[in-house]
Ligand binder design. Structure first.
Ligand SMILES: Nc1ncnc2c1ncn2[C@@H]1O[C@H](COP(=O)(O)OP(=O)(O)OP(=O)(O)O)[C@@H](O)[C@H]1O
Ligand SMILES: [Mg+2]
Length: 276
């Protein structure tokens, strides 16, 4: 069960891990300048399960790319532990939606040891193997330590990617719709497992989804983004909600509030002249 957790800094202010400060992110193609997010601000604190929620194309993946250091803001600044983000680093690890994010020629264990040795977290193979086995156990894949990715199901591959990300012990784990390509039952199971892992280690995660239900289950705080270009609509507290609350009055009310927020935008969008 997920314990209640304070949203944001309490009276004794906690230092934030991530500061996203009025960030505008753009893509320049030969013909167009595409504004993906417009002046988005939020802060992530230690042990937050911070969710970016919004419709397709609102710039969720773009924001993660910015935090990961692959994209520089056109406006504003992103800071990790107070330092401006200028490039990628092992202090921010990304888990993607795709099942093919593992190295196919390496076993489950080797995928993790490779990341640990290359990312600089471990100096020796023995040390990397010990940590890999610990995290493989956490995601319940002990029987598949020496298995190659092509012999695993989609859910199992995602577990390996999560184990690898967590084993690196980044300051913040970045997850871009990691369960979106799974069937409904596996998706639910993976959501429960992620929350269980969080209970274990209280890692900090920035999680992207376009599912309102998933956002409320996974998130302790949820940032709702408007459609393209993504702007902050609201920030909501969801630490009190989990799977068992799905269908509850409070859960349904919050779900509806978010739905209305996003839907209101869609009507405005249809009325407005199309723009890029
Ligand atoms: N490499 C790129 N070059 C040009 N435009 C891009 C590129 N990547 C994304 N975009 C544009 O930026 C906007 C935001 O895209 P992004 O992928 O961040 O959305 P998203 O919220 O992650 O959507 P989804 O839920 O579908 O994954 C979209 O209009 C998209 O077309
Ligand atoms: Mg995306």
């Amino acid at each position: 069960m997920v314990q209640a957790q304070a949203a944001g800094p309490g009276p004794a202010a906690v230092d934030s891990i991530l500061d996203v400060d009025a960030v505008t992110l753009q893509y320049k193609t030969r013909e167009h300048l595409i504004t993906a997010t417009y002046r988005v601000s939020f802060q992530v604190f230690p042990s937050d399960r911070f969710v970016l929620l919004g419709p397709s194309g609102c710039g969720k993946s773009t924001l993660l790319k910015g935090v990961a250091g692959y994209l520089k803001p056109a406006e504003g600044e992103m800071r990790l532990k107070g330092q401006a983000i200028t490039k990628p680093g092992p202090d921010r690890v990304m888990v993607f939606q795709e099942f093919d994010q593992l190295l196919p020629w390496k076993t489950v264990k080797q995928n993790i040891t490779f990341a640990l040795l290359n990312g600089g977290r471990c100096q020796t193979k023995a040390q990397a193997e010990a940590i890999a086995l610990e995290y493989i156990h956490k995601v319940k894949l002990d029987r598949f330590v020496d298995t190659y990715p092509h012999m695993l199901s989609g859910g199992m591959k995602q577990r390996v990617a999560i184990a690898r990300g967590m084993a690196m012990e980044p300051d913040i784990l970045l997850m871009d719709e990691p369960f979106a390509a799974l069937d409904a039952l596996t998706r639910r199971q993976m959501q429960e497992e992620l929350l269980q892992l969080w209970e274990d280690t209280h890692f900090t995660v920035l999680f992207v989804t376009h599912s309102i239900e998933e956002a409320l289950i996974i998130g302790s705080r949820v940032l709702v983004l408007s459609p393209h270009p993504g702007q902050v609509k609201a920030e909501l507290n969801a630490h009190h909600l989990e799977h068992t609350n799905v269908g509850d009055e409070t859960f349904a009310a919050l779900q509806k509030r978010i739905h209305d927020m996003l839907f209101a935008d869609r009507i405005l969008e249809e009325e407005a002249a199309p723009h890029v």
